[in-house]
Design a protein around this ligand. Structure first.
Ligand code: NI
Length: 137
């Protein structure tokens, strides 16, 4: 069921919000506000450390780095119960991008994500926090 509510907002703040929505392709404020609420709920789920969430770890590294690929593979095998899938692509002659899809407790996902990113030789990494969607209207 849809419920309506009024919000009092400073004019300047609302102008900024409207410009943001336009640049992101939102057709109206309602859908943008729903997305902001859902994002806040997902962030809360991750911060709570409990329940089940989904996420992705993105890694960029040079595959010629000694032992790096073996270390990343070992870490992923140790976390096989959390990893749904891994995608690897070759960016150029030396650089690889890897996306590791995860599902499980936020604490464990954060831990394996940070461990992969902290592995020596990984140039850049990011943990993307999202939801399994089931309890998010
Ligand atoms: Ni590669």
């Amino acid at each position: 069921m849809l419920k309506r509510f009024g919000v009092a907002v400073d004019e300047e703040l609302l102008d900024g919000f409207d410009r943001l929505l336009a640049s992101r392709g939102y057709e109206n404020r309602s859908e943008a506000i729903r997305d902001l609420i859902r994002d806040a709920l997902v962030q809360r789920d991750w911060r709570s450390g409990t329940g089940e969430v989904a996420g992705a770890v993105v890694l960029v590294y040079d595959h010629r780095r000694r032992e790096l690929q073996a270390t990343l593979t070992k870490l992923q095998h140790q976390a096989h119960d959390l990893i749904i899938s891994t995608m690897h692509a070759h960016l150029d002659h030396d650089n690889c991008i890897e996306v590791v899809l995860l599902r499980g407790s936020p604490k464990e996902l954060q831990r394996i994500g940070e461990r992969l990113i902290a592995t020596r030789g990984v140039k850049h990494g990011r943990v993307v926090a999202t939801t399994i969607g089931a309890r998010l209207p």
